[in-house]
Design a protein around this ligand. Structure first.
Ligand code: ADE
Length: 247
């Protein structure tokens, strides 16, 4: 899996890639991340990447030329990229389905904006996708780019040690994850649910499915519209909807 990230803060990206699952995947060569400093693609002595907005208004706009030059370099090395993603709060919401799509492509270019925005011609010429990681405004696309690299890298075979753990993740099945417990069996006056100590694997699986569904129903009912539910899960939902338990 190959990532190219264009940014004015390459150290911020490198720091975010150094640790954990992504850091190890990079060391092992399972993912290849090239961080490109936008200022290296300026032609002036001061490496200026922004300018005042046409039409007036507050803040600065990132100039088109350095992005065009950076993309020409990426294309020269890799050929025409299939996915060029602009990070922006004005984009479509990034989801697990996008992560799966990018992972299947095997290559993605991420363009990080800063300041008030990026000259629109960059998006028009290069972007295949414009994505937001959520309904809040960050000071730039660097943290969102790290979010996307992490979500996509986890789907690359071998990156997460236990493939089953990726399949069990929240959202992969369209539901939130069930609650997890480890030792001790009693702590801070709270006992781990008996079923988890019972050794009955079928009962444990059933309890977890029920908990995942219950949490999704309580916290993210919007996810239930597209979740794939079996007969038993649908029956649980009907029971809760008609007589919500008072816990
Ligand atoms: N840049 C600033 N805010 C952002 C967001 N929420 N998602 C993606 N890119 C951004």
């Amino acid at each position: 899996m190959v990532f190219d990230i264009v940014t004015i803060f390459p150290r911020m990206i490198e720091a975010g890639l150094a640790e954990g699952v992504v850091g190890r995947a990079r060391e092992r060569g399972l993912i290849d991340v090239t961080v490109r400093n936008l200022r290296d693609f300026t032609a002036d002595r001061h490496h200026v990447v922004d300018d005042v907005p046409f039409g007036g208004g507050p803040g600065m706009v990132m100039k088109p030329e350095p992005f065009f030059a950076a993309m020409a370099a990426v294309e020269g090395e890799r050929g025409r990229p299939e996915a060029v993603v602009m990070l922006s709060p004005a984009g479509r919401r990034f989801t697990q389905a996008d992560a799966a799509r990018f992972a299947a492509l095997g290559q993605v270019v991420l363009l990080c904006g800063r300041y008030e925005g990026v000259d629109e011609r960059v998006r028009e010429r290069w972007a295949t996708d414009e994505v937001s990681i959520g309904d809040y405004v960050l000071s730039g696309g660097e943290v969102p780019a790290l979010v996307i690299v992490d979500a996509v890298a986890r789907l690359v075979p071998g990156v997460v040690g236990d493939e089953q753990s990726v399949e069990a993740d929240s959202f992969v099945r369209g539901l939130l994850d069930y609650p997890h417990y480890t030792r001790p069996a009693e702590y801070a006056g709270k006992r781990v649910p008996d079923v988890l100590l019972s050794g009955h694997h079928a009962e444990i699986r059933r309890w977890r499915r029920q908990q995942a569904l219950r949490r999704t129903w309580e916290r993210r009912p919007d996810l239930l519209e597209s979740a794939q539910l079996d007969d038993e899960e649908q029956a649980w939902l009907r029971a809760w909807t008609s007589a919500p338990a008072t816990e």
